[in-house]
Design a protein around this ligand. Structure first.
Ligand SMILES: [Zn+2]
Length: 121
């Protein structure tokens, strides 16, 4: 889903994934969990429809997501949780930033350390 395109439906709730900062696929891409090659073949989802990842976004502009069950971050290792929160929150802020930028190449979407890794491989 490029900014200029639309019509990608969430595989969980069937709703439109209208904005890039609502996109679980792009969030996972910018934090290095989805390869550029598989970006276009992976199903789209809202960030909020993937609570096990969304719970790690800690930002005043993001209504917190809490889950119950084994993947609840309150039951996970604190160091791991802090690390995930740092990464996923930065990824989400990157998406918000991208929503306002023009002409950024898809390969430049990810966070700097992820781009670095992509270049090295
Ligand atoms: Zn959804």
């Amino acid at each position: 889903m490029a900014k200029c395109e639309e019509g990608y439906l969430c595989s969980v709730c069937d709703g439109d994934v209208e904005h890039i900062h609502e996109s679980d696929l792009y969030l996972r891409y910018v934090i290095g969990q989805v390869d550029p090659e598989t970006l276009h073949t992976t199903r789209e989802r809202h960030i909020r429809c993937n609570p096990s990842l969304a719970q790690f976004i800690v930002d005043l502009d993001f209504e917190p997501v809490l889950i119950d069950g084994p993947f609840d971050k309150r039951q996970l290792d604190m160091d791991y949780v802090r690390e995930q929160e740092r990464l996923v929150t930065r990824g989400w802020r990157r998406l918000k930033e991208l929503a306002h930028l023009e002409g950024v190449s898809l390969l430049d979407y990810p966070l700097p350390e992820v781009r670095e890794r992509m270049r090295a491989s």
